[in-house]
Design a protein around this ligand. Sequence first.
Ligand SMILES: [Fe+2]
Ligand SMILES: [Fe+2]
Length: 197
Amino acid sequence: MSILRLKLPTDPRWVNVVETNIGEILSDHAWCEQKAATNAINLIINNSEKEDLVTAMLEISREELEHFQMVHDIIKERGLTFERERKDDYVNELAKYMKQSSDGSRESGLIERLLFAAMIEARSCERFKVLSENIKDEKLAKFYRDLMESEASHYTTFINFARKYAETIDVEKRWAAWLEHEATIIARYGNKETVHG
Ligand SMILES: [Fe+2]
Ligand SMILES: [Fe+2]
């Protein structure tokens, strides 16, 4: 995962926690996909004149909805309940950082939102990799390996749009700051049976 430049790898013992409650991680994961689809739609709503961004976000929102459906199918196949949405503390902490980081300009708002999305894709991708390499359930191991590749490509899309639409902002500097900040957040996680828990 060095390509994603994450500062802090997930301790694989997190997977032991996940395995105690597969129903919980699947419900939480389904909601993560819903939020990713919603985020892509929101980027369309706020940037309709950027044709290439809208085109890419339509594609991503469709893929995230497909992931949502795939997770929901697994929940159904296993006779589990799709639990009500729970708040994602990790993502909420990143959202707080996004709001603090924007200077209020349209450019800054867009760049911070794209980096926020890239950050979640990068960490989700890393979590899926750790799951695929450590989970005993072979079907889920394969499922998470496939999703990992898809989320890695979303990460690249978000980072590339940040580079493209930055005019006055130094994206590499902002991304380095995001990576530093994310490490201080994720250090407090890794002990719950959720995607970012
Ligand atoms: Fe996804
Ligand atoms: Fe994604």
